[in-house]
Design a protein around this ligand. Structure first.
Ligand code: SAM
Length: 306
């Protein structure tokens, strides 16, 4: 019989009026970097978790759902076999790990502003990166991803935004605006794609997702939202694919399964043709909220999460 009093608890406030509690088995890291507060803890339900500024970023037991949903719809919607991919943020290295499943990829770049977080993940979360940082195709940089994209003239088939939410005073505030997405558009190849994590999609908390969706429509001809339930977050989570050509909502079960068979080495655990249909088939209330949204996020009018 498990006694709740035999545990310490981590209480994550998912909104100012709601939260999710996790029993802590042990704490591996508690540190303050130049950019954020970092904790790596082992929880009773989800194994090791990375927590930044009090927010769970990913958990050992269900990160495959988050990272496969973040990466594969993008690499399957690139026109032709993908050759290069960039992740902005991506601390744990699991996004990089999913890129490296594509043998056609010759270049996998990760730009995370916080070298200390990445070092801690390398040391304490090998289950997540699985050696991705040592792959010869990997190029790791530590700087602000917007500064990097504004400076480089390189182009990528896929750019993934795997950033922390834009918390007040946080490092990611200027990476969720129309101006930033224009820079991303320019750095994509003609058949290139952006995918991003785009916040919660639960009732009462959809404004972030719908505003980013509206903002991306100012820049990209194809914008498709999708969602999946992330157990360790305790809420459905939104993602958005923005592209120049291929619309993922037009890719049927057989097409997605065929592309996975052609492009991916090894077997995926979450993403396939059926999961794809389910994720992109948004429910009516969410489609309505997207259609009703008018807010365009700009550098001058940024979106800050409480
Ligand atoms: N899985 C995540 C989630 O659910 O929100 C996000 C993953 S990852 C840990 C987020 C990373 O974004 C952090 O490691 C952080 O250092 C990085 N980051 C924040 N702002 C950034 C910026 N301006 N440029 C590059 N990386 C940034």
């Amino acid at each position: 019989m498990i006694n709740p009093q035999s545990y310490k608890w981590f209480f994550e406030t998912t909104t100012p009026v709601e939260g999710h509690m996790h029993a802590i088995v042990r704490t591996l890291v508690q540190a303050q970097t130049k950019f954020q507060q970092v904790e790596i803890m082992e929880t009773a339900s989800y194994g090791k978790c990375l927590v930044l500024d009090g927010r769970i970023q990913s958990s050992q037991h269900d990160e495959f759902i988050y990272h496969e949903a973040l990466v594969h719809p993008g690499l399957l919607a690139v026109e032709g076999a993908p050759k290069s991919a960039l992740v902005i943020g991506g601390g744990e290295g699991a996004t990089l790990r999913e890129f490296l499943r594509y043998p056609s990829l010759t270049r996998a770049v990760m730009v995370d502003i916080d070298g200390e977080v990445v070092e801690l993940c390398k040391r304490h979360l090998p289950e997540m990166h699985q050696g991705a940082f040592d792959d010869p195709r990997t190029e790791l940089r530590h700087e602000d991803a917007r500064a990097y994209l504004e400076r480089t003239s390189d182009r990528f088939d896929l750019i993934v935004s795997d950033l922390v939410e834009p918390l007040e005073e946080g490092p990611a505030c200027l990476l969720y605006s129309r101006e930033f997405y224009k820079v991303v558009y320019d750095r994509l190849t003609p058949g290139g794609v952006l995918t991003m994590q785009a916040g919660m999609t639960k009732i009462g908390e959809q404004a972030f997702f719908t505003a980013i969706h509206r903002t991306l429509r100012e820049v990209f001809p194809v914008v498709a939202g999708y969602q999946t339930f992330i157990s360790c977050f305790g809420t459905p989570w939104g993602f958005i694919l923005a592209g120049k050509k291929i619309d993922p909502r037009k890719q049927d079960v057989a097409t997605v399964d065929r592309l996975i068979a052609e492009r991916v080495k090894g077997e995926l655990s979450y993403w396939d043709g059926q999961t794809h249909q389910h994720a992109f088939g948004l429910p009516k209330h969410l489609r309505r909220a997207i259609a009703a949204e008018t807010r365009v996020v700009t550098d001058a009018n940024p979106l800050i999460v409480a």
